[in-house]
Unconditional design. Sequence first.
Length: 128
Amino acid sequence: MHTVQPWLVVGGVGLCLGVGGTLHAAVGAEHVEAGAMLYHERCSPCHGMDGKATTPMAQAMAPKPRDHTDGAYMNYLSDTYIAMVIKKGGAAVGKSPLMPAQPDLSAQQRADLVAFVRTLAVPPYHPQ
Ligand code: HEC
């Protein structure tokens, strides 16, 4: 009658651990997960699966795609700014036009991407 469903517990843990290998706040984990899928689809050709921008394609670019694990740089960018770079592209913020505008993404998808990009930073990102 009152038994805990073991698969529920296992499922929950699996979801948390699936997030870039880090145990991030359970709140928003599904956003990070959704962001990770979008990132692998849309960003990894240039920024790399690991965010370090060491792909052959990245090496061929000048300037190089941003290393998203570079917390010393990334942690000073606001969520609003990152979401805008994704939507409007590098050129709109005075950066390289090689960073493509992606206006087809919804506000939620951009927020999910920001949530995922935040998990890559070393040192880790802490919201102000
Ligand atoms: C075609 C290659 C390419 C793709 C695809 C791409 N980027 Fe970029 N991205 C770049 C380049 C090149 C830069 C460096 C721009 C500069 O420093 O002038 C950059 C820079 C950035 C920056 C840093 C902006 C800044 O102010 O320094 C962020 C954040 C970013 N990209 C996020 C993303 C996200 C998220 C995605 C996927 C939705 C993505 N990029 C897809 C090439 C790409």
